[in-house]
Design a protein around this ligand. Structure first.
Ligand code: HEC
Length: 187
């Protein structure tokens, strides 16, 4: 009996010792490889499941990202710009704070072309870095447009495309604040 125990414990030490090896990074034998190693396809790898071979999929058609609103008016169209002007309403009520925030946004996104006082004499134009003359924002041509039209220009760019879309830079609520500020420049 005592001998049996000795042999047993000796065998156990052998088994445990056999599990050791010099390769510290080797996890040893994997019992369930498909559970240890993910079988999911990595985002940027090719994929045999889809006909186009991409793993990363486009959102379903018509999907709307959280916190965003689809913008229904098309770029570079006079009619669409006028329509936006007739239908969109500035949701922000003007106040001292709104004007201050609009000014701050204007000075980040518009001043370089349209100038400090909105006269179309921003640094990018006067230094000839930007070749197209920016429209004066304080003349009746712009001031007589409804807020929605100016919003459309900021969102989609000008009809000719000389001024590009600012929709990826300026948040919708900040576009409306900029418009309040541009109105205050003309006063
Ligand atoms: C890179 C220079 C540039 C920047 C930045 C820029 N604009 Fe313009 N903008 C222009 C040019 C150039 C025009 C004239 C485009 C044309 O006639 O098609 C213009 C035209 C306009 C017009 C008149 C569009 C029309 O219907 O004729 C408005 C309004 C306007 N910009 C507002 C803004 C506001 C607000 C910002 C800031 C969010 C801004 N722009 C930023 C260059 C710029």
């Amino acid at each position: 009996m005592k001998n049996n125990l000795k042999i047993l414990s000796f065998l156990m030490v052998l088994v445990v010792a056999a599990a050791c090896n010099r390769y510290k990074n080797d996890p040893g034998h994997t019992f369930f490889p498909d559970m240890s190693y993910s079988r999911a396809y990595e985002t940027y790898t090719t994929n045999p499941v889809f006909t186009d071979g991409f793993t990363m999929r486009l959102p379903a058609e018509g999907a709307i990202a959280r916190g965003t609103m689809p913008y229904p008016y098309k770029a570079k169209s006079f009619d669409e710009q006028v329509k936006a002007g007739l239908e969109l309403v500035n949701p922000i009520v003007v106040s001292e704070q709104v004007l201050a925030e609009g000014k701050a946004q204007y000075e980040i996104f518009c001043i370089s072309c349209h100038g400090e006082l909105g006269k179309g004499d921003g640094h990018l134009y006067t230094s000839k870095l930007f070749p197209a003359k920016p429209t004066s924002l304080v003349e009746p041509y712009v001031q007589n447009k409804p807020d929605g039209e100016i919003y459309h220009v900021i969102t989609m760019g000008s009809i000719s495309g000389l001024m590009g879309s600012h929709s990826s830079q300026v948040l919708p609520q900040n576009r409306w604040k900029i418009i309040h500020y541009v109105r205050s420049l003309a006063r």
